[in-house]
Write a protein of this length. Structure first.
Length: 100
């Protein structure tokens, strides 16, 4: 980065983010952000022409199992265990307003 970040720029971003920073905190944040930007400038100078782009540094594979059809619960058995069932469905207390 040819130009270091200014304390005024950090103060403006802090104000936009609704952060109340003391002058000491602004000074520290400005120095830390300048260090980060300098590091990015160092990375920009690297010759990465022969580096293959990647999304993960480790070869990952999905560990999902295959879908298998299995026998589910018996509808009548589940409804028999329900505290309140009407017409083959669970009846639940109303959340908003009153039910009929």
């Amino acid at each position: 980065m040819s130009e270091r970040i200014t304390e005024a720029a950090v103060a403006k971003v802090a104000r936009l983010a609704r952060l109340d920073m003391t002058p000491g905190e602004l000074e520290v944040a400005t120095a830390q952000l300048a260090d980060v930007l300098d590091h990015f400038a160092d990375i920009d100078q690297l010759d990465l022409a022969d580096v293959v782009p990647m999304t993960q540094p480790y070869p990952l594979v999905n560990v999902l199992r295959d879908d298998e059809v299995v026998v589910g619960l018996d509808h009548d058995e589940v409804m028999a265990a329900a505290p309140d069932a009407v017409a083959g469905r669970f009846r639940v207390p109303p959340i908003i307003g009153l039910a009929e």
